[in-house]
Write a protein that binds this ligand. Structure first.
Ligand SMILES: C[S@@+](CC[C@H](N)C(=O)[O-])C[C@H]1O[C@@H](n2cnc3c(N)ncnc32)[C@H](O)[C@@H]1O
Length: 268
């Protein structure tokens, strides 16, 4: 086989790198600076990425969510004012672009929390399509620190695809228990570490590799591919936890790493 052209390509590339070395170094430094400092590129990029990802909803995931959230219609509010109108107060933590509006009962009073302020414009556009939901502005804070939400004030807490990114899972669960009314419910849907050791060992290895090297968390705003939150939820102090691990119907290549999922409802 004739390899001469590869040597030629190598030579041209080497010359190009040598000639432009100063620009490459400067460009790299500017990128590192912007990424880790002032412009908050990381958070802007992630909000935009989630906006793109959620543009076309996966009908199978929507069906799965409809099933998970179906019991919301039987929740009665602890708040007499809301009860009069047959509505409930939901707190959604890590609301992002607001992908769960369509699953909330009419008249829901929605309180939302997210530490990334760059989601606000996508969320605002999205909530305009749901005049049947009374949604508040995003409270820019983490789920670990929800001082703005009073004790025993929330009928239902919802969290979808959030626990993979949080800094302190135990603290968020403690906060959820604090804000929920007695008997209040916590609905969750999370991607988790592959749970079938024998049949999906390769996925486990890839999840560990991309998470431990920091590549995945760096690209996707602190997301960990290899967490399993079920033990933490079971040990948090809820009176009842009804949860199930399963493989989600996701077919895009990048999403194959987050096929293992956990869904359920816990009661205070
Ligand atoms: C993968 S996105 C999911 C967004 C949305 N829940 C969904 O299902 O599309 C993760 C979300 O969690 C938020 N988040 C990250 N760390 C958080 C924390 N400590 N407390 C609350 N939300 C957090 C992110 O800003 C982002 O909106």
């Amino acid at each position: 086989m004739d390899w001469w052209w590869m040597a030629e390509v190598d030579y041209v590339l080497a010359v190009w790198i040598k000639t432009n070395m100063i620009y490459l170094i400067l460009g790299g430094l500017v990128l590192i600076y912007l990424w880790s400092n002032r412009v908050d590129i990381k958070h802007r990029w992630f909000a935009y990425f989630m906006h793109l990802l959620n543009k076309d909803k996966n009908p199978k995931i929507e069906e799965l969510k409809s099933e998970l959230f179906s019991s919301l219609s039987s929740v009665t509010s602890h708040d007499p004012e809301l009860r009069k109108n047959n509505s409930i107060r939901i707190l959604e933590i890590g609301v992002g672009t607001g992908v769960n509006f369509s699953h909330y009962p009419d008249g829901t009073h929605l309180v939302v929390v997210d530490p990334n302020p760059h989601f606000a414009s996508y969320y605002d556009t999205n909530r305009k399509n749901f005049p049947n939901i009374e949604s508040e502005d995003i409270l820019v804070t983490t789920g670990e620190d929800m001082k703005g939400v009073a004790d025993n004030s929330i009928d239902v807490v919802v969290m979808t695809l959030v626990l993979c990114s949080v800094t302190d899972t135990k603290q968020i669960l403690k906060e959820i228990l604090r804000v929920l009314v007695p008997g209040g419910k916590f609905y969750f849907l999370e991607h988790i570490r592959e749970f079938e050791d024998k049949t999906h060992r390769r996925r486990q290895l890839l999840q560990d590799l991309l998470t431990y090297t920091g590549i995945w968390p760096f690209l996707f705003d602190g997301c960990h591919l290899n967490r399993d939150m079920l033990p933490a939820i079971q040990e948090a102090g809820f009176s009842k936890v009804d949860a199930r691990r399963f493989h989600a119907p996701l077919d895009k290549l990048l999403l194959k790493l987050i096929i293992p999922h956990l869904k359920g409802v816990a009661q205070k």
